[in-house]
Design a protein around this ligand. Sequence first.
Ligand SMILES: Nc1nc2c(ncn2[C@@H]2O[C@H](COP(=O)(O)OP(=O)(O)O)[C@@H](O)[C@H]2O)c(=O)[nH]1
Ligand SMILES: [Mg+2]
Length: 304
Amino acid sequence: MIQIQQIDVKNFKSGYVALIGKPNVGKSTLMNALLGQQLSIVTAKPQTTRQQVLGILSGDNFQMIFLDTPGLLVPRYKLQDKMVKAAQRAIGEADIILFLVEPEDKIDEFQDQIMREIIINAGKKTLLVINKIDSIVRDTILPIIARYDNNYRLTEIFPISALFGDGVEDVKQSLIKHLPTGMPFYPPDQITDQPERFFVSELIRQKIFENYGEEIPYSTAVTIEDFKEREGAKDFIRANIILERNSQKGILIGKKGAALKKIGKLSREEIERFLGRPVFLELFVKVRHKWRQNESFLREFGYN
Ligand SMILES: Nc1nc2c(ncn2[C@@H]2O[C@H](COP(=O)(O)OP(=O)(O)O)[C@@H](O)[C@H]2O)c(=O)[nH]1
Ligand SMILES: [Mg+2]
């Protein structure tokens, strides 16, 4: 028998929550912690997230849809321009803004500007999350909270550690409290609306971010060219790793192909964990000259 969930229409809450902040403050880590699952890729490098990632958290009487975004920065090339626009779009769509900062000593000018212009002017409920409190001495947190409290009209302020899960439940409870009344947008067991192939390409990109220096990760895009379920055999996935210059090919591939082979193995293991089934992964390396500056390449690789 199919179980039909009883929804208490008058008391159900649902809405969109945008995770906003500078690169590397822990937006994706916090979304994953709230979802209880690694959906959005996280690496130690800034600007890992390039496109919006949608994550759905459903409870008995609420559904919140998280929009994880690329970090806000001053764009220096077309890809970054698209990244900032993606974050701005998410702010527009959101009912609640989760604005993340790190517990640094001062509010820098850029941070101040984005908080005032984008968030406060959007007139939306804004919860400030001071993340990475595990990295500072406890006593220093109170003056930091006071400074934000005095300078901005914030709905609430939460000092947390997304990495260690400290304070994450408080953020979740507050989000539930501030969500608008409304019906769920998605079935209760759905965790995202993006296709498996998107997450597969993200996991390959994650491995590249983790295993090369600076140049290769920021010059790389990953596209899925083929993704087939096969009767009696593993799923077949063929992906292209796209670089900006010919000279980068040798670095990515490595001596006798060793570096690329390693990426293939690490990616396949991660993809299998994510999909919960074995896959056969084939990687090809391509060069698309200066693709990060090229509107049609950006569109072709999914950056809108
Ligand atoms: N110490 C510490 N590191 C964190 C915390 N949250 C995230 N990080 C690290 O900060 C880096 C960037 O995290 P990520 O979620 O990708 O940041 P995003 O760019 O804002 O999405 C990663 O190396 C995370 O492990 C935290 O609460 N404490
Ligand atoms: Mg991120």
